[in-house]
Ligand binder design. Sequence first.
Ligand SMILES: Cc1cc2nc3c(=O)[nH]c(=O)nc-3n(C[C@H](O)[C@H](O)[C@H](O)COP(=O)(O)OP(=O)(O)OC[C@H]3O[C@@H](n4cnc5c(N)ncnc54)[C@H](O)[C@@H]3O)c2cc1C
Length: 396
Amino acid sequence: MISILLPIIFFVAHYAMSIVFGLYKIFLTIIKYKNIIYSALFNKIPIEDRKKVVIIGGGFSGSIVAQKLENDYQVTLIDTKDFFEFTPSILRTIVEPTHVRRIQVLHSHYLKHTNVVQKEVLGVQRNEVVLDDRTVEFDYLVINSGSSYNSPFKESSVVSSARANTLRENYYHIRKLKKILIIGGGIVGVELAAEIVDHFRGKEVTIVHSQSRLMNRFPKKAIRYTEEFLQSRGVRLIYNERVMEHRGNVFITDQGSEIEADQAFLCTGIIPNSGFIKNSYPDAISEFGYIKANDQLQMSGLTYYRNIFVSGDVLHVREEKLAQTAECTASIVVNNINAIEHRAENKMQSYKPFSKPVLISLGKYSAIFVYKDWALTGFIPAILKIAVEFKTMVRY
Ligand SMILES: Cc1cc2nc3c(=O)[nH]c(=O)nc-3n(C[C@H](O)[C@H](O)[C@H](O)COP(=O)(O)OP(=O)(O)OC[C@H]3O[C@@H](n4cnc5c(N)ncnc54)[C@H](O)[C@@H]3O)c2cc1C
């Protein structure tokens, strides 16, 4: 009975939320156009005379900075992709490729006064950013280059249609696989395994995790629920082992276990995208490649750089790398650039890491909501995750 009711409730809730967020989107559009009209009427400085802000990266952080500054500055957004993407839902697209349409939006669609350049930044010099064919001057630089995951989770150097094709190919590819190995039992490994077993029947999925529990920083209740969810769907969990090598389709761990798999997905850790800054500012790069900044998020090393800001995943702070952190640091950067511009540096804000709620999907109808030591599991967090996706995408 419940298995019939659940999709119906889900479907109804889904469409009820579409209506609510549709109205919310209209509200946001009114606010946005109010700001554009206000800026057109009262910002008398011609756009070519305004201060130049260059933004590297158009993910969660860079897209917000561009949206909030484009009416008052001459903004250039440089991104290897030509679109914003709601990464937390990317794993859903691997089993449901059409979902990609809901989670991507072209930068040129939501940015009205920003010069969008689809290129890779190769370097940063004193007051200019280096591309392969030119340099772009800045008065303020905001680095939001994020982090890289193993393909197919995030991709650079692709346009949206190519991205959709890649995801679709993965769908058809995964459909054919019988034995799948997931290396790493953190959030991404868990979500990927859950999407696969929730969507496809009869696949043999194994997770090899180097720690003694999945997502070991989370509350016990959340971990237990996740383990039960996966094990009840036949996922094999191997703890305290690391995959070291593979011979053909046999993967071998440091403890000598051999796992046969048609395909392995590497879901271990992230790599900060900071290579382009290394030559000019080696002192600003931390041991693990993150970019260092002071509390006001100005890039720092031996000294601090007044007009260069760092935000999002690439920022050197010890905390879970989350979309919400990227949004939060982006808003602080916007405030601080405005404070400097208006000679009100006493109004600059600081960023200190703090606990944020996290939502982890376990397939379509189940999820976990974790906040500090508290966890809520099941259907309600699954609805919440859709709500967060809606709430984010209507901003674009
Ligand atoms: C599978 C998955 C699931 C996740 N789930 C969640 C979740 O449920 N909740 C949550 O809060 N977070 C989640 N995250 C983390 C979240 O996606 C990141 O924290 C967030 O995307 C960081 O935003 P950002 O703006 O710092 O960087 P990104 O979103 O990584 O954007 C960086 C942008 O910069 C571009 N770029 C990089 N280098 C260059 C360069 N040299 N020149 C030009 N452009 C460049 C990239 O192409 C990209 O467009 C998840 C991540 C993944 C991969």
